[in-house]
Every structure is written in C-alpha cells, then in structure tokens.
Design a binder for this molecule. Sequence first.
Ligand code: HEM
Length: 384
Amino acid sequence: MPCPFHSHQPDPFGEARRKDGVLVNEFQGTPIPMLLRHEDVRSAAKNWQQFSSDAPFKVPLPTEENVRTVRQLPLEIDPPAQQEYRELVEPFFNRAKLPGVIAQVEGLIDSLVGQALSRDSIEIVREFAIPLQSRALACLLNMPQSEAEVWIGWGMHVFREGDGGRKGSALEAYANGLLDQAAAAPGDDFFSALTLARFQGRALTREEMLGYCSIVFAGGRDTIINSISGVIGHLGTHPADFEFLRADPRRIVGASEEFFRVLSPSTHLARLCPAGAKIHGVTVEPGHFVSLNFAAANYDETVFESPEEVRLDRRPNPHVAFGFGPHLCLGAPHARLVVRSLIKALCDRVARIETLEAVDRYENEASYRRRVAYEKLAVRLTAR
Ligand code: HEM
C-alpha cells in the first residue's frame, strides 16, 4: 500500500535520476544541470577544485545578489580558507551539544507544546514553528529571548517572503546594529564572538562578520521551520508511527534522520565549475554552474530501499540532507536537537494530533515541482 504521506509527495526527480542522472532546470534564465544521484552528489561535494563554492550570492538557488551585499561565510568560499572561517564559529554551533543548551531548547519546546495543548487549535507554521525556530536560535547564539521576538516577525524566510530586496537590506542593517552593540560592550553571545575573533592574525572585517550573520539568520530558517511542520504533519496523519516512537523513545534519534532524509529541507545548492565539466553527457562550460541536488540523492533507490516510504527505523541511513564533505552543515547538531526534542515532547505529552487544514508548500520550477512541507497546517492536539 503506498504511504499516504508520499501519495502527495512523490519524488519529482526519480525518472530523470534513473534515466539520465542529471536534470537541467532554468534558474533566472540560466540552464543549470542538477546532479541527482547519491554517488555523484557526494563526489562533487568533496571535489571543491572542480565544483567550487567560491561564488558569492550564487550558491543558493535562486541566486541572492539582489537581496544581500555580503558573501555568506563559510558557505561561499573554498578550502583551505573555508576551513579556517569554519573553525572560528564551530564552537558556537557545537553549543547545541551542551547539556545546558539542550535543557534550554527542551524547555522551550515543552512550553510551546503546553501552550498548543491549552488551545482548541493551532496553526503550526506561523504559531508554532516560526516562534520555535527563532527562540531555539537565540539559545544557540546565546542571545536573550527578547531578541527572538524580533526574529519571529521576519516570517518564513528572511529574504524570499515579501519584498526580498527591502527585507535583505533591513536584515543587514539589523545585523550591523547587533555587531555595533557587541563591539561596544562584548558579551558571550555569537555576535560578540565575531567582533573578538581573529582570522589569519587579524580581526574580521565588518563584511566578513555580516557574512556569518547572513547565513545564521537565513540558512537555518525555512529549513528548520519546514522540518518542524513536516514532522508534526506526518505524526498527525500516521498515528501508527506516532505510537511506534512512543513505545520506545530510543527510536527517536533514527526517526529524526529519516525525517531529514524524507523532507530534505534544502533541495539543492550550486557549485561553480571554473574549468567546466562533463556529467553523464551534459557539458558544463568553464565558469558555468551545476547544482548538487540533495533531495534527489536522498531518494536514490540504489542506496535507499523503497525511498518514498517513510521508515522510521531505516538503518543505515546515509542521507545527505545536511550536505557532504567540507561544507557539511554547521547547524546540523542544532537542527537535530530541535527535531529530536520536538518528537520527544510530542510523545510525552500528546495523545493525538488531528489535522484540521493542511496546505502544502511547493517549490515550483520549470522542470520540476517539489513539495516542501506546509504553507499552512492547522491542528488540534489532545493531551495524554
Ligand atoms: C534541517 C535544517 C537544515 C538543513 C537541511 C541544512 C542544510 C544544509 C546543507 C545541505 C548545507 C551544505 C551546503 C553546501 O554544501 O554548499 C548546509 C551548510 C550550512 N548550514 Fe545548514 N541546514 C540546516 C540548518 C542549519 C541551521 C539551523 C544553521 C545555523 C543556525 C545552519 C547553518 C549552516 C552553515 C553555516 C553552513 C555552511 C557550512 C560550511 O560552508 O562550512 N544550517 N546546511
């Protein structure tokens, strides 16, 4: 029997992946071949000389030259400088593994679930996932929770929702303000750490600091929001899966990985081919781009048996939802903390999730249409 979750989320890349290995899609008037196979995505992700990230504004697709003025760090640069930029902030991202931070995030999720239970119904995307993403990020960055209230107002995406250009410059002005405050009176938050950091024996420039701020605010936003609504939507429509997790909480870690694989919140990211490339018969001219399609790789049937089925006990699960190689997502420990704590709180406190209204969210492109969680998800939670 087909899984109902996937009856409305078929793999849009399956046919092209099996037949050709690549799918060319036109992004902003430029044809870009997307690599679809697990093996191809992993080997290109490691081969930064041929598939380079040294392309400011052009690693995300659609490109972002109209919505920001700074190169995102360490995303849009190659090793070895990328590794140095990465090491500067890695301790902050690894705060997600500290018992104190884990307890804080668990506490805030517990309180959001408590509030949701006290209401007749709740719209998960706007009233639950966005506040949760913003407040959890404040924990990670060691910022006061009051600051998260500002971030909640940014909506689903800091650039792509509403007037991107205006929102992008407002975001940079806001980040500049945080950095000014931090430089004047450094504390123990992320922005202060940037003002104090040393890179190759010098302080970071303001532009570099803004490059980190940009990815911290933009990169981990819709990805986390879609993970949260995707998990709640699935458990609501699959009570047997909900029971399976409740029966043994040790299953939550593996189940979270399966959710990241199935949801693949970051569909793909681009790479520049400075010397060109030839992939499965498709020629990429020097200076042109390809994309690494993580979502397609995560449904590669040569690696994942019945990839369209959500198997919460899938093992092994070598998904590439967080990328692969030198740019492996720095926010992954945080994303895992949020999703695991969410599932745990739902198992502990919620007996039933009733879906009242579900409006799917789509990525619409000329050569594919991919479902990415929800635009709107209204549910009623019943306490245990
Ligand atoms: C489910 C949530 C998330 C997903 C699916 C995701 C996905 C990804 C992917 C696929 C990459 C690889 C980029 C590449 O190869 O070009 C990446 C890199 C990155 N992500 Fe995430 N991400 C998530 C959450 C976050 C969060 C919450 C943050 C920050 C708070 C974050 C910060 C970063 C950074 C800084 C990089 C660049 C690492 C580097 O270039 O060395 N991500 N992410």
